[in-house]
Every structure is written in structure tokens, then in C-alpha cells.
Design a protein around this ligand. Sequence first.
Ligand code: 5GP
Ligand code: MN
Length: 359
Amino acid sequence: MTDAASQPGSAVVTAAPPAGAGPTEADWTAAVAAVRQLPADARVLLICHVNPDGDALGSMLGFGLGLRRLGVRRLQATFPGPPEVPEPFRGLPGLDLLVPATEAYPDPELVVCFDAASESRLGELADRLTGAGAAVVLDHHASNTGFGDVNLVDPRAAATSVVAEELLARLDVPLDAGIAECLYVALTTDTGSFRFEATTPAVHQMAARLLATGIRPGDISRRVFDTRPFGAVRLFGEVLGRARLEPAAAGGHGLVWTYATQDDLARHDQRPYVLEALIDSVRCTAEADVSCVVKQTTTGEWAVSLRSKGAVDVSRVAVALGGGGHRFAAGFTGRGTVDEVVDGIRAELPGALLNPTNA
Ligand code: 5GP
Ligand code: MN
């Protein structure tokens, strides 16, 4: 038993790293110690962000399977909101670790958070941070607020799963096919299947390590990215058909946007997760640097996805409107009518140009 891992307020605290720098050796050492020094019967709670994507679920479940290999027995994984796993992720190994947020340990010895830039992304589970003996944060958002006792935050990492793989390696947990599949889903989700700028040689080297366990990338990608119900195909047709192109927006770099309502989902008998892939069809638009999908979550409330090809820092737009994310992929919760939400975005675009003199 260690004091660090078992007594509230006594955890090893490392200073938040300077912006842009990855974790220090002291951070890694503290994270390894927080796991290694757990008592045998310790309860460990893994939490990822609300409305989890492939990186959130994949890094959390992959790390969870690693902890299980280390012999951690009292282990839960969870996320805020309804305990529904989106269909594309229902084949992930380690799903048996998941519990509804309502059943998550109230005061675990250790909490580990995945892919969440701030406590607000943990919703009703944010209180577990104060109830826990220690909180370790794994993330790759530059905007991470350093809300853990130990913060493994690497803004240069292509995905949170990159950080998770390194921590598993430092814990001497070998990759097996289950862990690898989870981390691979996370890595391919956040690199757009190795298409985005963050796809470094190190990313491909990690992919090679994961593939060497024998996982099947064709099957995994088809399940995660290339399968959706026919109703979703028809829904996409409708929603893409109402897309609007505004070439003059964003200082002439152009904005393309569309929206989907709850009524659209109901008409096609679809679950909200199917809308996550919409932004990838919208952002193809050659005439616009910035793309946007506004997805109704409830009356007067919208989950907004923003993407940029490089002229605009959309995280600035998202942060100005109460959200966050990365430079070229960000989001926020919008309120009011669709037009009001898009008006708000349009107004923030000029201030978010990365090179305003060239506009
Ligand atoms: P997506 O458009 O795929 O939902 O999200 C893109 C990026 O924006 C992700 O990195 C995610 O972390 C961030 N993001 C999306 N929605 C929100 C939000 O409501 N609040 C914050 N802080 N970040 C968000
Ligand atoms: Mn991520």
C-alpha cells in the first residue's frame, strides 16, 4: 500500500507541463508509481470523455486490459451520460470492463482519465477526481487544464492511445491482440486512418507494433469506419443535400456547413452516433477551408463539429463558444436555433485565421 495511491490529498503532485511539452520523466515515474504501488484489493476507475469516440474508448479499454494483465482485479471503465456504446465500437475487446456511470466506484484508490481536456468533459463523473486517492490524466489536447494529480499530456501525440501505449510499456505490460486492437482503433480514429498531419514516423512505428500482434486491420476498419445502417445512408443523403457553401466566410477561405435534427434521426430510425461520420463527408468540399456539422442533441441544444484544412484554428472558435479541441478539429455545445449557432461561428472565424495577412 502506498500513501500516494490510497489517501485523498496525499497523491504525488507534479506541476502542469509548459504548453507544447510532453510529460517529463517525473510525470512518467509518478504515473508508474501510482499503478505499481496500489494495494492488491485497490479499486481502479477508468473514465473517458462524454460521447466517447474511438480514441476515448480505445485508449481506455486498451489500458484497462493492460491493468488486468498486471493483476488489477477491481477495475471499472466508464463514461458520463447514457451507457450506450456506439455500434462501431461494440466489437472492441475489453467491453466487459464497462459499467454505467451510476455504478462507478464513488471513491476508488486510483482514477485514470482518457482523452478529456478538462473536468467538464467528464460530466457527472468529475466528482470521482476528488473522491479518489490519486488521479492520473492521459491526454493529447494542447488545451488540457492539468486537472489530475499526475498529468501525462502530450500535445504532440497523435492520439491519447500513444500516451497509453507508452505508459503500458513503462509498466512492462506486453502488447497482446486485445490491447492492440483497442489502441489501433484509437490511433486510426484520431489520425483519420493515417491521413492527418499528426501521422509521424512514430505513429506508423506504433501501428507496426500493434499489427505485429496479429490483429486484422481490414476487419477492424470495416467495422469501425465503413459500416452503417441503410437508414443512415439515406439520412446522410438528406443532410448533405441541405449543405450550404459560403465562399466569402473565414476571410475568403470559405465555410461549408449543414445540420441534422432529432426529427431527422427519428424519421430514419437512427441513433445519434451515426452523425459522427457526417463531418468527414462535408469536409471534402474543395471550396471551403472550414467545415461544420450542427447536430441537435435536445430542443435548442446542438453538438457542433468543426474542421479546418489549415487556414483557421478552429479550436479558437470552439473555445470562444464554450468548447475546445485541436487546431484543425474542435467542437462545442451550441444553443438556440441552427442559424444562431452558425451566426456565432461565422462571427468568430475572422479572429481565428492563422495567417490573417494572407486572407
Ligand atoms: P468531434 O467533432 O469529432 O466531436 O470533436 C473534435 C474535437 O473537438 C475532439 O478532439 C473533441 O475533444 C473536441 N470537442 C468536441 N466537442 C467538444 C465540446 O463540447 N467541448 C470541448 N471542450 N471539446 C469538444
Ligand atoms: Mn483523442
